[in-house]
Design a binder for this molecule. Sequence first.
Ligand code: AMP
Length: 219
Amino acid sequence: MVLRLVFLGPPGAGKGTIAQRLCDSRELVQISTGDLLREEAAKGTELGNKVKAIMESGAYVDDSLVSELVENKLRELGEKGFILDGFPRTGEQAEMLEGILNKLGLKLNAAIDIEAGDQTIVERLSGRRSCRQCGKIYHVKNIPPKKEGKCDVCGGELFQRDDDKPDVVKTRLETYREKTAPLIDYYKGKGLLKVIDADGEIGENMANVETELEGIENA
Ligand code: AMP
C-alpha cells in the first residue's frame, strides 16, 4: 500500500527523525519544508535572505511560498508514497494542500500528530545536530554519531541550527501553539488523525509509529 502522510506535532517532538527512519525502512519519500526552506535560504538570493531572517526569528514563512515548494515536490514524486514533515502548519496551508492533492488525484491516508512534553522538546532541540551535507539528524546524547561532529552516513560536518538556540525555541513553540496546533482538530474532523506518544526513547517511539501504520495498512 502506498502511504501518504502528514506529520504534525511541535518542534523537537521527533518528526524529522521518525520520518528519516521510516523512509529507510519503507518506500516513502520525506518532504521536509524546513529543509526545502533552508536550501532556499542558503542560496543567498533576495528571497533566500528574507526566508533566512524569518526562520531565525521563529516565525513562519509565507503560506503560498511554502505551498508552491510542496506542490513542485509532489509533482516530481508521481505515484510514490510520502511523508509531509512540517507541512501544513497553518489552516491556510491545509486548504492549499487539499487543493494540490485534488489536482494531482491523490489522497492522504493519515495525519500523524507526534507528541512530546515541553521538557523533552527543549532537551531534544538543544542537543540536536544535523549533517550539513545530507541532512541526517543526530542528538549529542540520545543519537550520537560514531565520530564526534561527523555524519555516519556521508562524513559531512554536523552543525547546530541557529533556530535551535533557546531564545528562538521559545518563539517557535508559541508560533506552533497559535498557528499549527489547531490543525489537530482539523484533521480529527476529517477522520484522519492518529496521535503518537513520542516522549520516550527513539526505539519505543518508532514502535508506536509502526503500530499505527500497520493499523492504517490493514484497515
Ligand atoms: P523545521 O525544520 O520544520 O523545524 O522548520 C524550521 C523553520 O522553517 C520554521 O520555524 C519556519 O520558520 C519554517 N517553516 C518550515 N515549514 C514551514 C511551513 N510549513 N510553513 C511556514 N514556515 C515553515
